[in-house]
Design a protein around this ligand. Structure first.
Ligand code: GCO
Length: 441
């Protein structure tokens, strides 16, 4: 890698990220059924109908996976906790094997000198709660608060940081409007409610953890730069609409206690009654904000369609195997914008950034110069914003290892470590070795 640790300020944190359903192996250890199991079992939703039953077998390989993180030399590990592993029915009966697992994970990190950064929800909702309407049901905020309470009773005294929800846009829009993720709905009313309730659940969980005296609590949102297909005013406005739904709705809710007019134009009639009253919970102060960033979209007006009447176009930049354009400038734009418009002096983190590629093992080696280049390009942007005085305090790579890429199954390889999904053998890629060396420099 071009970049080295010494180019960053003292105390700047490097990390890697994963999530529970994508790696643990959900069929192990008494976890309850989730809406991702249901979604994957429905024909046409997931490539090859793959699900998280085995993941990367991380549940059974915890200690050696923690050793890998240690070998990489990162400072912090961002993992998520599965609601259904802790509470198989979503409420009530606790699965002690689940709590024990997360305790071993946190203690194992601390023993290795790595900071544990927990995310409480990374998308696998317990099926019994989905049966009750899931994110459409306002009660989910208190169910989530109760889950937070049970889990933090066990690990709350040892985690370094906590974010309640990973990427509210995915929970709300991607899953209830576009239908690409569980529960696979395409329904504007469900979308409005899910987008609002996910923020209410976020704020409720922050309050539960504050009442336990916890600190270093944050919010993690995802961002995609919206580029108008050309500079005609209607296309510029379409990109602004895309931007408002994707990049501004959740930030504005959490940090300003309001929603953007461009989103209310479509969703307001479908929001729950007295939604404005919930901002006192939603915008409960947090200690930091995390940004997940991968790509940009090229957007045009689509006047003959219903709101939000925009369409996505193929751009001309190089793409990853996700079909995502590589646009490092978007990362620095979003970091600067977050600080200027939403978060002020609050510490910011890049909580996810990385790329997928069809990486193969050849003679025991996985050569992935594309990934090293991607990370170098994005870290150069990170360095620029730090030099410009933005309080960016850390950068996490998605992901430690190849894993279950949701509706695309196991073929999209985002890892620094290659995983053979038949044997679960781990092989650190060349990018892993390059990063380890850069972090020692
Ligand atoms: C997300 C998620 C991860 C994904 C990763 C690649 O940002 O979508 O947090 O679960 O696997 O981003 O798509």
């Amino acid at each position: 890698m071009k970049i080295s640790r010494s180019a960053f300020p003292e105390g700047f944190l490097f990390g890697v990220a994963t999530s529970s359903y994508q790696i643990e192996g959900h069929s192990f250890g008494g976890a309850g059924r989730t809406h991702w199991d249901d979604f994957a079992q429905t024909p046409g939703n997931v490539a090859r109908a793959e699900n998280g039953d085995f993941g990367c077998d991380h549940f059974n390989r915890l200690e050696s996976d923690l050793d890998l993180i240690k070998d990489l030399g990162v400072d912090v590990y961002r993992f998520s906790t599965s609601w259904a592993r802790v509470l198989p029915e979503g409420r009530g009966q606790v699965n002690h094997q689940g709590l024990d697992f997360y305790e071993r994970l946190v203690d194992g990190l601390l023993e290795r000198g790595i900071k544990p950064a927990a995310t409480l929800y990374h998308w696998e909702l317990p099926s019994p709660l989905a049966d009750l309407g899931g994110w459409r049901n306002r009660d989910i905020a208190s169910w989530f608060g109760d889950f937070t309470d049970v889990l933090m009773d066990r690990i709350g005294d040892r985690v370094w940081s906590v974010a309640p929800i990973n990427e509210p846009w995915c929970v709300g829009w991607l899953s209830h409007f576009m239908g690409h993720h569980a529960p696979g709905l395409r329904d504007v009313r469900a979308t409005a409610r899910a987008m609002h309730h996910v923020l209410l659940a976020h704020g409720t969980a922050i309050q539960v953890m504050r009442s336990k005296g916890m600190e270093n609590l944050g919010a993690v949102c995802n961002f995609e730069w919206a580029t108008p297909v050309d500079n005609r005013p209607e296309n510029v406005e379409a990109a602004a609409r895309y931007d408002a739904i994707y990049n501004r709705f959740f930030m504005e809710g959490i940090f300003k206690g309001s929603y953007p007019d461009r989103v209310l134009a479509g969703l307001e009639p479908h929001l729950p009654q007295s939604w404005q009253d919930d901002f006192s919970t939603i915008s409960t102060p947090v200690d930091w904000c995390g940004l997940n960033y991968y790509t940009r979209k090229v957007v045009a007006d689509a006047p003959n369609e219903q709101w939000p009447h925009y369409s996505e176009h193929v751009g001309e930049l190089p793409q990853t195997s996700m079909g995502w354009e590589i646009y490092p400038e978007g990362l620095s734009e979003f970091i600067k914008r977050a600080a200027a418009e939403y978060t002020g002096d609050l510490p910011l983190y890049v909580t996810e950034n990385g790329m997928s590629a069809p990486d193969v093992i050849d003679g025991g080696v996985v050569n992935d110069p594309h990934r090293t280049a991607y990370l170098d390009q994005h870290l150069a942007q990170v360095k620029d914003v730090i030099d410009a005085g933005v309080p960016l305090k850390g950068y996490y790579i998605w992901s430690l290892m190849d894993n279950y890429e949701w509706a695309l199954g196991y073929e999209k390889r985002f890892g620094l470590v290659h995983v053979d999904f038949d044997t679960f053998e781990r092989t650190p890629k060349e990018s892993f070795k390059g990063l380890a060396e850069a972090l020692r420099r």
